[in-house]
Design a protein around this ligand. Structure first.
Ligand code: SAH
Length: 406
């Protein structure tokens, strides 16, 4: 699906009937439209080095000159250690000349906007130090990112779509349906905004720098794979954002026919949301299972997992739905033969009141039973639940549309 055209600068961000924007957002100055002003300036962060080189080649550069300039530009605009400050890059002909970029490339480059495509609409700090961010895109679309500080490193949970088409019964985002895809730059900009915030917070509290990214926010990354891959390439480019590929995890609902392309094109980790131990129960809560059965999913993973890599299965635990000892046995049998770990996630309150978290005893028994089969099992403790920032709770537009509590 194509990213819909974004309205001009200065166009109203919200449609009639929408509530007023939340208070803490500073007003963006309206940019006067001149007859020659471009309707929409393409963004630098929408390009990884390869697509930038392609653009420069079309602007008249040789393939090698285009590659060299693209490398210089991504280093100039985005190059900094994950924990270091990244000031807005100087972006004019003089700055490009100082980088050693020939005049032939200036027009094509300066047509790209190096600025942010998102602004912070709301910050919701949790008692556990998690920070849920609502971010507003140029067309008014709202997405959420969650910054999760940890002792060793801080993690950002990023969104890949506005809403989601996959309609999982337990997930708030699934209730929204899909509004539109995010452009690569809108994915990258979640990281740019969070890095600046993490840096400010870190300086205040000596927190760890942001080094870990998980595509576990709003949306199904494999339904927007092209933009997600482009963003990952820029984020892991050693000249640009320098995230270690092993610290970037993409979570899919199980779109089995995209797994091979993912491993071919990305150096990042894969997580797969399983959430049930058999097809009948998985299908009842995850419509994707009607298209890709658990057997098809396993077959795609077995075929595509590169040597030495392993997959992370996510298994959300629902009280008396999928948390019996027998279910742990079924799950162990399913994952047998695949290099993997299983992340057990006690469910967070979601749209279906019948799906509740298990008791601590049932959780512990399930984990012990699964580990007993020799499966590497981790438990994901909920973070950010009090501010609706935990797994499955990200609701973007829907949340902001809710009336504020009196
Ligand atoms: N679409 C992707 C990524 C977004 S969801 C996917 O499905 O994997 C990220 C993780 O949160 C998934 O493992 C999902 O199963 C889990 N999740 C969704 N709703 C949840 C809930 N109510 N409680 C706990 N985890 C939930």
């Amino acid at each position: 699906m194509r990213v819909p055209e974004i309205p001009e600068e200065g166009a109203p961000a919200l449609r009639a009937g929408d509530p007023p924007a939340p208070a803490p957002v500073p007003a963006r100055p309206l940019i006067r439209r001149s007859a020659r002003a471009p309707r929409w300036r393409a963004r630098l962060a929408d390009h990884d080095a390869a697509s930038l080189a392609e653009l420069l080649r079309k602007a008249g550069g040789t393939a090698s000159a285009a590659r060299a300039v693209a490398g210089k530009v991504v280093r100039h605009a985005f190059g900094a250690e994950p924990g270091a400050e990244r000031p807005a890059p100087a972006w004019d002909a003089a700055a490009l000349a100082a980088l050693g970029v020939g005049a032939w490339a200036h027009e094509a480059l300066l047509a790209l906007d190096p600025g942010l495509s998102l602004e912070v609409a709301e910050r919701a700090p949790s008692e556990d130090d998690t920070l849920r961010l609502v971010l507003r895109a140029r067309d008014g679309a709202l997405i959420e990112s969650v910054l999760i500080p940890g002792p060793a490193r801080t993690t950002l949970c990023v969104s890949s779509q506005v809403g989601c088409a996959r309609a999982c019964a337990f997930c708030e985002t699934g209730r929204l349906g899909l509004a539109r895809q995010l452009a690569a730059g809108e994915i990258v900009d979640q990281v740019r905004i969070a890095q600046a915030l993490a840096l400010a917070e870190g300086q205040a509290r000596r927190g760890a720098p942001l080094r870990n990214l998980v595509f576990m926010g709003m949306g199904e990354p494999f339904d927007n794979l092209g933009e997600v891959l482009k963003a990952i390439r820029l984020l892991t480019d050693p000249r640009a954002f320098r995230f270690a590929p092993s610290h970037v995890t993409v979570s899919t609902v199980g779109v089995a026919d995209k797994i091979e392309a993912f491993f071919r094109e990305a150096r990042a980790e894969l997580a797969v949301s399983l959430n049930a131990p058999d097809d009948a129960r998985r299908q009842a809560i995850m419509p994707v299972n009607a298209r890709f059965s658990m057997a098809a999913l396993k077959e795609a993973l077995a075929r595509s997992l590169p040597p030495g890599r392993r997959v992370l299965f996510e298994y959300v635990l629902f009280d008396r739905y999928n948390d019996a000892p027998d279910d742990a046995d079924l799950l162990a049998a399913y994952v047998a033969g695949l290099r993997c770990r299983v992340n057990v996630i006690p469910c967070n309150p979601g749209p279906d009141p019948a799906l509740r978290p298990p008791s601590a005893e049932r959780l512990d028994a399930f984990v012990a039973r699964l580990s007993g089969h020799g499966v590497t099992t981790l438990v994901r403790r909920p973070r950010g639940r009090d501010v609706g920032g935990a797994c499955g709770q990200l609701a973007g537009m829907a949340r902001v549309r809710q009336p504020a509590p009196a």
